[in-house]
Design a protein around this ligand. Structure first.
Ligand SMILES: *Cc1c(COP(=O)(O)O)cnc(C)c1O
Length: 249
């Protein structure tokens, strides 16, 4: 058997996962939503394929990854389990092929050129790539996401691409201490989605909420929450900077 540190044993994953599922269900019920309408994405950056396999054994099949280089070996290692892989990191144009070939979802498209490359590179044998547009809700240097004012045009353009299926929006707002401050961002994302739907786009996805703010995201209508820390514990320093570009690879 491979060595597993005590804090990352299956039993602690199981306990945290149960706790997290309860937390999500409680938030959903509290805001009069069916808990089934909120999908949990386990964010596995810096986690081993072995750890993800432990989670899969507990019924977790949707996984989020930020870096293609880190993700590809895990995708290969877990192939027998047929998980659903979501790409949630910033997209560099030289990494689109890996994303188009190996993921079922991409959450972080924020410009047409990237979307076109993903559509062109999506293998014809694979289903269409489920796609969310990342919107930028606060002015943060270095963060991905399109400005809300430019969203309608980009959404229209992406919805025309043959190998992508536009599903909705993703956001990663700056951390806020209070529920009310978190809610402001998430409600803004929900309004942007509503606006696109009123323009005739068939959308059903709001990817928002992480370990620290998933209740507010669910209150505002999140359909996918992306959670790392609450399952795996704190990550090493490198990744506490959120959305680090993978230039080191
Ligand atoms: C790391 C990450 C998460 C998970 O964040 P936690 O706070 O660890 O739950 C969610 N979304 C994105 C885009 C991330 O990079």
């Amino acid at each position: 058997m491979s060595a597993i540190s005590p804090s990352n044993s299956t039993s602690s994953f199981a306990a945290r996962l149960v706790e997290l599922r309860e937390r999500i269900a409680a938030a959903a019920l509290r805001y009069r939503r069916d808990p089934e309408t909120v999908t949990l994405l386990a964010v596995g950056k810096q986690q081993s394929a072995h750890s993800l396999r432990e989670l899969a054994a507990l019924g977790q099949i949707e996984f989020g990854e930020n870096y293609p280089q880190e993700a590809l070996p895990k995708i290969a290692a877990l192939q027998d389990l047929r998980p659903i892989w979501h790409f949630i990191g910033q997209i560099q144009s030289n990494k689109t092929r890996a994303i188009a070939e190996s993921f079922q979802w991409v959450h972080t498209v924020d410009r047409l050129k990237i979307a076109e490359r993903l559509s062109e590179q999506r293998p014809s044998t694979a289903p269409v790539l489920e796609t969310c547009i990342q919107v930028k809700l606060a002015d943060e240097a270095g963060k991905g996401g399109i400005a809300p004012s430019e969203l309608p045009l980009l959404a229209q353009q992406i919805s025309q691409l043959p190998r992508l299926r536009l599903r909705g929006l993703m956001c990663l707002p700056p951390p806020r201490e209070s529920f009310d401050e978190q809610l402001v961002f998430f409600q803004q994302a929900a309004r942007l989605l509503q606006d696109l739907k009123q323009r005739g786009l068939l959308l059903d996805t709001l990817s928002m909420g992480m370990s620290g703010d998933l209740e507010a995201a669910i209150a505002a209508g999140a359909t996918i929450v992306r959670v790392g820390t609450a399952i795996f514990g704190e990550r090493a320093e490198r990744d506490t900077r959120r959305e680090t570009r993978d230039t080191a690879e």
